[in-house]
Design a protein around this ligand. Structure first.
Ligand code: 6PG
Length: 241
């Protein structure tokens, strides 16, 4: 039973992204059949996606990989806010990933319908353990408020969901989101949190020093039951550890 959280810290976000890329390079080929990995959104992943695209564009080990998203903004796929659009530009097109290996969240339809449809697709596609789908790898980020995926501190009720996906909203704008739930994330084999930057420093300190405040942070509830969880930090985000 794994509940530990590992920390790997690097001088810069770029160095941390390169370390994640090396970790993924070792992880994926060990899977002979399909490998289901979920991407997160925001700006940090761009650094990682560019490293993956540069480093592995020629490798054919992506052939077994199916790409999913841990969350999506409820906008059309061509919208600049779309996590899918960012990943397509920085990773999927450069790697030449086939469309049948890309499973995007439909941001253009009713959020409740999109959440249900995505949950069903995940249930029908992935390995199931104790009734819950198993991702081989989930890449997450963390916001300065301690949110992860699109699970926000002012919507802690969602943390108790027994579904695979839920509808949430970005507090600052009310923008609807579709997000993985804690239940789904905690059933993954590997969870990587790529959390660089000074704006994350205080939250990282709260999480790793077990402060009471951490109980108000959704990221604090990410604890894979069977899997491995690694925080990849830079000197800014790890500065108070
Ligand atoms: C999203 C992400 C979100 C992100 C954090 C960190 O859709 O915005 O999934 O959870 O990972 O907000 O974003 P940055 O890496 O841009 O700080």
């Amino acid at each position: 039973m794994s509940q530990s959280r590992e920390i790997k810290r690097y001088n810069t976000a770029q160095a941390a992204a390169e370390a994640i890329a090396t970790y993924i390079e070792k992880l994926i080929p060990s899977f002979s059949e399909r490998f289901d990995m979920a991407l997160s959104g925001g700006s940090s992943p761009k650094i990682l996606f560019d490293v993956l695209a540069d480093k592995f564009a020629k490798k054919n080990f992506w052939n077994n990989v199916h790409f999913w998203w841990s969350d999506e903004r409820c906008v059309p796929p061509g919208d600049n806010d779309s996590n899918y659009k960012m990943a397509k530009e920085h990773l999927l097109v450069p790697l030449g990933i086939e469309s049948d290996h890309i499973h995007r969240i439909k941001g253009e339809i009713l959020p409740e319908d999109s959440s249900k449809e995505y949950s069903n697709e995940i249930m029908e596609s992935l390995k199931i353990r104790e009734g819950v789908p198993v991702f081989d790898l989930i890449l997450l980020g963390m916001g300065p408020d301690g949110h992860t995926a699109s699970l926000f501190p002012d919507q802690m009720n969602l943390l108790k969901s027994d579904k695979c996906c839920e509808v949430s909203f970005f507090p600052a704008t009310g923008q609807k989101r579709v997000t993985f739930t804690v239940k789904l994330i905690n059933n993954a084999e590997q969870v990587i949190l790529f959390v660089p930057g000074l704006s994350k420093q205080q939250r990282i300190k709260e999480i790793f020093s077990g402060e009471e405040q951490a109980s108000k942070l959704p990221v604090n509830y990410i604890r894979p039951i069977h899997g491995r969880m690694i925080f990849f930090l830079d000197e800014d985000s790890a500065g108070l550890l």
